[in-house]
Write a protein that binds this ligand. Sequence first.
Ligand code: SF4
Ligand code: SF4
Length: 441
Amino acid sequence: MATAAATPTGRTSAFDRHDAPEVEKVLDCIHCGFCLPTCPTYLVLGNEMDNPRGRIYLIRLASEGQIGLTPNFVKHMYSCLLCRACETACPSSVQFGSLMEAARGQVERHYARPLAERWLRRFIFSLFPYPERTRRALALVRLSQWTGVPALLRGTGLLKALSRSLAMMDALLPPPGAVPAARPLPEVTPAQGPRRARVGLLTGCVQRVLFGAVNEATVRVLARSGCEVVVPPEQGCCGSLQAHEGELEPAKAFARRTIEVFERAGVDAVIVNAAGCGSVMKEYHDLLREDAAWRDRAAAFSKKVRDVSQFLVGLDGDARLGDVRLTVTYHDACHLVHGQKVRTEPRALLKRIPGLRLVDLKESEFCCGSAGIYNLVEPELSLRYLDRKLDRIAETGAEMVVSGNPGCNLQIAMGLRQRRLPIRTGHPVELLDLAYRAAGR
Ligand code: SF4
Ligand code: SF4
């Protein structure tokens, strides 16, 4: 374990030296407050310590040894959605995501969480990063649904009383029959027509189990756009959930493995269709900044990572798309719009589709409350953000809401079901795939 750092005031920092929040990044904050109106937690909770400026101040105090890693400190670090809307608003280019992940890393190393929290986190991190375990757990849940026990627990409110997090997991799960069984993807799919690029596809963890159709659509669209698509079977989790939650060592191990796998595949670009994964993969060099053996490899890898919409727009695709007669609205996933600055590309792709009417979503950049595992560890708070999102979606009159992140799609779909709103959810690449099919391709 790295030792605690001494501070200029002679106090002992609450942080150790290993992956500590960088002082220069803390000092970038000029306390202007421009970020405050964009911060969902500040808008909902109204507390200075639940906005970016307040959180950076707390990190500074802990770094200088003026406060310790108290329950209060931990509360404000984890009430943050890590949506990074503050980064988009900040005139001083504060790297808030990097600071927060480093602060959380310190919490995870030095703070003794209550037992129930520890178990919940252990359960989450031993399940979701492993698609095969998640698939088996899902099969068990589906089996138990035949017995009627889950419905009874839900109906009597017992499930919620037992654990609000479990009740949230239950609510998030799409109804039986709504998730087609994910089919294995070919290791190599040839390009249609002249080959323009050889790309690798990250299939994700939740995406692979619950949204296999999105991966299939991504492969088809890329192949039709002239790409040879490689899906390395040995790929695993990218480490994004762990990185956002401060579980830095497991996140780094997943990152190293992902880099190795795609290096071996010899691809021109690594395509990602899940915003949270793409965001962390584009920042592997920051995650591995203290690892001299991997830093440069990580930087070279990160340069190849592209969100699928970004890549397809860059390919300047052909115009042979058929009609898709739908009214659609677009929700900006935080880790796409704020984490990767991908804002116009998905909209540009949707506008290429004949017959599709794209309607504006007010506050499209406001977090839906999914935020990695936030909806599981902070279910009540998460629902408050979702409510605001659903109000805005309902105003659009759209038949479908699309976003580039599986977590957002699960969260929004749950809210739409609960409000009985007849609006479907999807990924932009699925609509592009439909348009190709409508053109008979
Ligand atoms: S990441 Fe999002 S929730 Fe956290 S401080 Fe920034 S704007 Fe607020
Ligand atoms: S906008 Fe940037 S510099 Fe200003 S208070 Fe927020 S984080 Fe600090």
